[in-house]
Design a protein around this ligand. Sequence first.
Ligand code: HEC
Length: 145
Amino acid sequence: MKADRLRPLWLVGLLLAGPLMAEDQRQLATLPPPAQETLRQEMLANLVALNEILGLVATDKIKEAGAVAEQQLGLSVQGRNRDKPFDARPGPYMPQAMRALGMEGHRAASEFAKAAQAGARDRALALMPSLTNACVSCHASWRIR
Ligand code: HEC
C-alpha cells in the first residue's frame, strides 16, 4: 500500500532526472552569434520548405515540389550568404565534417528536384527519404550551443 502511494513520486523523480543524466553526445561547433542567428533562420526556413514539399507531393504536384526543393534546399541555395558580413556566415565556421553533411543535403535535394521537375513521379517518391537524411545526420552529430 505504502509503496503504491510512493510510486508516482518516484516516477516524477525519474522523469526530472532523465534530461540531467542524458549526456549530450553531439559535437559543439563554435559559431559567432550573428552566424548562429543566420543558421537558425535558415533552419526554420528549411522546415517550412520541407513541409511545403510534402504538401505538394501529397496533392500530386510533383513538379512544383521539385521546384521548391531546388530553390529552397538544393545546390541553388549555395552562396546565398556571400554578401553578409563574414561573422554572419555559418559556412566558414563549420568544421569540415559538418559542412560536408550540409553539402550532402543540398546534393540530395537537387537529385530529388531533378526527378520531380522532370515529372518522374516514382523516382521522386523513392528519393523522398533522402530529403531528410542530412537533416537527421547533422542534428544527431552537431550542436552550436
Ligand atoms: C550541416 C548540419 C545541418 C543540416 C544539414 C541541417 N541542420 Fe537543422 N540545425 C543544425 C544545427 C547545428 C542546429 C542548431 C542546434 C543547436 O541549437 O545547437 C539546427 C537547428 C534546426 C532547427 C531549430 C531552429 C531553432 O529555431 O533553433 C530546425 C527547425 C532545423 N534545424 C531544421 C532542419 C531541417 C528541416 C533540415 C533539413 C532539410 C536541417 N535542419 C538540416 C544543423 C543542421
